[in-house]
Design a protein around this ligand. Structure first.
Ligand SMILES: NC(=O)c1ccc[n+]([C@@H]2O[C@H](COP(=O)([O-])OP(=O)(O)OC[C@H]3O[C@@H](n4cnc5c(N)ncnc54)[C@H](O)[C@@H]3O)[C@@H](O)[C@H]2O)c1
Length: 431
């Protein structure tokens, strides 16, 4: 494991050596502070910048709080905490990032703001510095276009909470140099993160695959004779760390709806947000942050049942109802189908898609990820289910063309010894 005060990248790849002695983080909010903690934990100095002194200081306080939680759990000593905090400094503006070798931008998710910040960073920072964005959904190429160094601009997407989530998505833009990709992959590994290189597309990889899964759970709730709790419990029984509704409440239904809308705009009808999700957001039930979402939290207890009935009826009146029986295959196959479409598009390799979903969403590792799951179920069976869902439920289940190609060629999954992955028949017999 590479660790320490500075990491010389890419010597093993034969590229130009890239030293990262110092990291800058632009934006000291939720993610900026978490990223600064991860960087300092790996032993690198980090400057946390925001719009003013108090916002930057607040970010540093958050870093301290993350370390304090580790001390409380006995994972580090108070002395080690103080040592790590010596690596973290605050800056009241972006000027304080002038001598960083890598800057990770984590300001609010607005393209004009990010472009303004990148334009300024491009002016302030040395020509050799890499400028990375933690954006969840914006185009890296569009952000890079605000700079005079698109070759040095890249997406580096951490997941919340960054100190616990092992995955980072590395997203080259249209003009990103391969060397920058290598440098950022090496840097991510030095943070003890699992980098996955993702071709630039709306939602990148994890959100692109997670969103249809969550959205389908809401469609199931909207149409079916099934409760929120039953769906959540069934998905946890499958092996997910939390159910889709508990996750939506944590993420925020408003944020999930924004993501769904961005994906809908990019990918068309299969990503259309479930009307019940829109109804919940409109009714102000947006999750834990407001005390009510798909569950009730805090003061206003027990308002859910009444609201759910009212909102469901409203939605049925507007868009009709397709009564269906709950099956966990429905949200799972929405994810699997999107995984296959992403694979077809070359967004990532089959191995990386599964790795990313396990590390980024907690998809049960014994199931291996959506593509391993398809191999396990049988790709012929997946195709048959999707065909049926497409007829019964809607066009959004139109099967990815690659599924039919695989089935026609006998690549039907684990039982056949080959599918998205190959399976050694001798090992399979021994199992
Ligand atoms: N919150 C999440 O779960 C999450 C997860 C992954 C990625 N992201 C992405 O990370 C980025 C930050 O999200 P967040 O949730 O941390 O937001 P946040 O609102 O908590 O923090 C944003 C920070 O940026 C600062 N800021 C705004 N304009 C600035 C400027 N001109 N210069 C310096 N600082 C400025 C704000 O003062 C604020 O402190 C977004 O692009 C978001 O999409 C968020």
């Amino acid at each position: 494991m590479r660790n320490g005060a500075a990491w010389q990248l890419n010597t093993q790849l034969g590229g130009d050596a890239m030293y990262i002695y110092k990291v800058g983080v632009a934006g000291a909010g939720t993610m900026g502070a978490q990223i600064a903690q991860v960087v300092s934990f790996a032993g690198l100095p980090v400057v946390l910048a925001d719009r003013d002194e108090s916002l930057a200081r607040r970010g540093v306080d958050t870093v301290r709080a993350i370390y304090q939680a580790r001390v409380a759990k006995g994972k580090m000593t108070p002395e080690q905490l103080e040592e790590k905090m010596l690596l973290v400094t605050a800056s009241p503006n972006l000027d304080g990032l002038h001598d960083a070798d890598l800057i990770i931008e984590a300001v609010s998710e607005e393209l004009p703001l990010k472009q303004r910040v990148f334009r300024e960073l491009d002016r302030i920072c040395s020509r050799s510095a890499i400028l990375a964005s933690n954006t969840s959904a914006l185009s890296i190429s569009a952000i890079a276009s605000a700079t005079t160094r698109p070759g040095k601009v890249i997406g580096l997407h951490f997941f919340n909470p960054a100190y616990a989530m092992p995955l980072v998505e590395v997203i080259p833009g249209l003009g990103t140099d391969p060397q920058t990709v290598d440098d950022v992959v090496g840097f991510s590994e030095s943070l003890r993160k699992q980098p996955v290189i993702v071709k630039e597309c709306a939602g990148f990889l994890v959100n692109r695959l997670l969103s249809p899964y969550l959205n389908e759970a809401v469609w199931c709730l909207q149409d079916g004779d099934v409760s929120i709790k039953e769906i959540d419990q069934d998905m946890v029984a499958f092996g997910m760390p939390v159910g889709p509704f508990a996750l939506l409440d944590t993420v925020g239904l408003d944020i999930a709806l924004d993501v769904a809308r961005i994906l809908h705009r990019s990918y068309g009808p299969r990503m259309a947000p479930a009307p019940l999700l829109e109804a919940f957001v409109k009714a102000g039930r947006i999750g834990i942050k407001t005390g009510k979402g798909f569950y009730d939290y805090g003061v206003e207890k027990d308002s859910l049942d009444g609201d759910l009935e009212r909102l469901r009826t409203q939605v049925w009146q507007l868009s009709g109802r397709q009564p269906t029986k709950w099956s966990r295959l429905r949200p799972l196959l929405a994810m699997v189908n999107e995984a296959v479409i992403a694979l077809q598009e070359g967004v990532a390799s089959a191995r990386d898609i599964d790795l990313a979903m396990a590390a980024g969403t907690g998809f049960p590792s014994e199931k291996g990820g959506p593509l391993h799951l398809a191999d396990h179920i049988g790709i012929d069976h997946v195709l048959q289910e999707l065909d049926e869902l497409q007829e019964r439920v809607g066009i959004r289940f139109w099967p990815a063309p690659m599924l039919r190609r695989l089935v026609d060629a006998g690549f039907t999954g684990q039982a056949a010894g080959r599918g998205f992955f190959s399976y050694d028949p001798i090992m399979a017999r021994m199992r």
